[in-house]
Design a protein around this ligand. Structure first.
Ligand code: FMN
Length: 317
């Protein structure tokens, strides 16, 4: 390997790693590296097939070094670059443009597939690793992200109590009809539907709408009345609070997957006992509890049971 060749390659590799470190985004880092190296190459030397190979090989090496950190996501990018290196017959600029586009496509597709994976791979996991704790900060991150879930008039009628201490989990297990997973999971998120959320949250919600220009100050009072009217009857309060809390709970389960965690939703518990145990007041209901933790490394889950197909549960009209 000549000195100049090694120089370009090494530069590309180091640049990629630097850009990746800054953005944690393989697509951006690759595009940025290619741009810098190409500009430099075009200025300094004649574009040639050989040159393109050197550049892409350097970037490839950088990606391979970084791969361990971020796992399989980079496989597609590496493949694209390898293929382009092999077929590099046109000018540097054309090839590089192709590389950037390829990386963008691969990266976008991977992002979408990853998102689908979180939904497809979610299971009600029965076996948690009793020795692995989920740090409080991770639990808070999950709950804050899940709180981006939608709710009627953005009233967010949910609350949670996270049961994590050993003695409290033991007691909770009894209340959950002795379900073992309650104690084995690192924590149990008690999802609480607040049937008084409209009165308690409406002003904060309206403040933010006025601040953000969704509505004018003079529209505020009549909208407040409309919102509260929707929550008048006990039946409606209950329905809205439970509906939105369930959407929140689903988000918790999906976001947990992003953090490499598993969950198990549970309705099997004595609600009256639970409310006494945790001091959950009147006007609040517990639609479900979500156990959360790391999957047990050895125990196997049964395959996913039958799911009704669209033809059975839906129609398009
Ligand atoms: C609201 C709700 C309550 C549930 N309650 C329990 C429960 O108390 N105990 C249990 O073992 N599984 C419970 N499940 C889990 C379901 O049995 C499980 O979601 C279903 O069988 C489908 O399996 P999957 O989630 O692995 O796809 C509950 C699920 C939901 C959505």
């Amino acid at each position: 390997m000549g000195d100049e060749k090694r120089g370009l390659r090494e530069e590309a590799r180091e640049l990629f790693k630097l850009f990746f470190e800054k953005s944690k985004d393989v697509q951006k880092a690759t595009a940025q590296t290619i741009k810098e190296i190409t500009d430099k190459t075009l200025k300094e030397v004649q574009p040639s097939k050989e040159k393109v190979k050197e550049i892409t090989e350097g970037i490839l090496e950088g990606i391979q070094d970084t791969r361990k950190e971020v796992g399989g996501r980079l496989e597609g990018v590496i493949k694209t670059l390898q293929e382009l290196t092999e077929r590099a017959t046109s000018t540097v600029r054309e090839v590089i443009t192709g590389v950037v586009e390829g990386v963008e496509e691969v990266s976008e597709k991977e992002k979408r597939e990853e998102c689908l994976k979180y939904i497809k791979e979610r299971r009600s996991v029965t076996f948690f690793d009793p020795d692995r704790e989920v740090p409080d900060e991770v639990l808070k991150d999950i709950l804050n992200i899940a709180a981006l879930a939608p709710s009627g008039y953005n009233l967010q009628p949910w609350e949670v109590i996270v049961v994590k201490s050993r003695d409290k989990k033991k007691k909770l297990r009894e209340i959950c009809y002795n379900q073992e997973k309650v104690e084995e999971a690192s924590a149990n998120i008690v999802i609480i539907a607040n049937t008084n959320a409209a009165e308690e949250h409406v002003d904060r919600v309206l403040d933010s709408w006025v601040e953000l220009g969704y509505i004018k100050e003079e529209e505020r009072d009549s909208l407040r009345e409309t919102i509260l009217a929707g929550w008048k009857s006990p039946e409606r309060r209950k329905r809205k609070a439970i509906r939105d809390s369930a959407l929140f709970a689903m988000s918790v389960m999906i976001v947990a997957r992003y953090f490499g965690l598993e969950t198990h939703p549970m309705e099997g518990f004595d609600e009256a006992k639970l409310k006494r145990f945790l001091g959950i007041g009147r006007g609040k209901l517990v639609p479900l509890i979500v156990a959360i933790g790391y999957r047990h490394p050895e125990k196997e889950l049964l395959p996913r049971a039958y799911r009704f197909k669209f033809e059975e549960f839906g129609k398009i009209v």
